[in-house]
Design a binder for this molecule. Structure first.
Ligand code: ATP
Ligand code: PRP
Length: 226
């Protein structure tokens, strides 16, 4: 820990953690607003550390779920992560100054089209729920007083009810196309989701002069965009 802080205090370079795909694409215009251009495309480059037009700013390409961890431990100074991912991580060691209003979707409960979720809940049935978002799901069903057995999955949650692994899933929904294509129906919205800027709390103090203008540029650009 002390080594990390020593590195941060002497090295004024900045490291940003992003995931490939929608978060990377949607963060590019915000970076441009802060005068930062990423010089390589993560879809075609095999590099995991990408240079920018500013030699002092580099971009780490990590899994979406890993962004908060890199930032929490100071391996990245800042990053962009979905609220879904942040709720599962817990947010420890992270400052979350800006809702960027990107990668917007919602977290919902979905079931097979033939399954009467409302009556199962009314009757106090114990439900099997498959999800990547176990903390959020546990909290949601506990607050409704619904008994659930949670089954942790890492992807393709939509498959679970189709093959009898679960009665329901908790997953993110945007257009609803994935649910429709698999004959599932959304029965309950848990919350709206968007992505946030996350900043390492120690880095914010030690590198405030470098970070603050970027945070402000992101804030301004995301407000204009929204
Ligand atoms: P990992 O790679 O760690 O398994 P992932 O595949 O869920 O994560 P992405 O698909 O890149 O990662 O999603 C990143 C974030 O974008 C999610 O955390 C969520 O907040 C949001 N998101 C997920 N699916 C959608 C969608 N269909 N439309 C809009 N936003 C979405
Ligand atoms: C996400 C999520 C859903 C889908 C919902 O998957 O896991 O399956 O989006 O979006 P829709 O309501 O618009 O269909 P994503 O597209 O990110 O695929 P991946 O997570 O498997 O990469």
């Amino acid at each position: 820990m002390s080594m990390t802080i020593a590195t941060q205090s002497t090295d004024q370079g900045l490291i940003l953690a992003l995931s490939k795909g929608r978060i990377f694409e949607d963060t590019l215009p915000l970076l441009e607003a802060a005068g930062i251009t990423v010089l390589e495309n993560p879809e075609t480059s095999r590099k995991l550390i990408l240079p920018t037009n500013d030699p002092a700013v580099r971009v780490l390409i990590v899994r979406a779920t890993d962004v908060p961890t890199y930032v929490q431990y100071g391996a990245a100074d800042f990053g962009v992560a979905g609220k879904d991912v942040l709720l599962e991580h817990g947010g420890e060691g992270l400052y979350q100054p800006v809702d960027l209003n990107i990668a917007s979707c919602r977290m919902s409960v979905a079931v097979n089209a033939g399954f009467d979720y409302a009556s199962a809940v009314r009757q106090g049935a114990r439900l099997r729920v498959a999800t990547k978002f176990v903390n959020t799901a546990r909290q949601h069903f506990a607050s409704k007083g619904v008994h659930v057995d949670l089954i942790k999955l890492y992807g393709s949650m939509e498959l679970a009810p189709l093959v009898g692994l679960s009665d329901a899933i908790v997953d993110v929904v945007s257009t609803g196309n994935t649910l429709r294509a698999n004959n599932l129906v959304e029965v309950e919205k848990i919350m709206d989701i968007s992505s946030r800027l996350v900043v390492n709390q120690a880095a914010l103090k030690l590198k405030r002069a470098r970070l603050q203008p970027i945070i402000e540029a992101f804030q301004k650009a995301s407000t204009l965009q929204g």
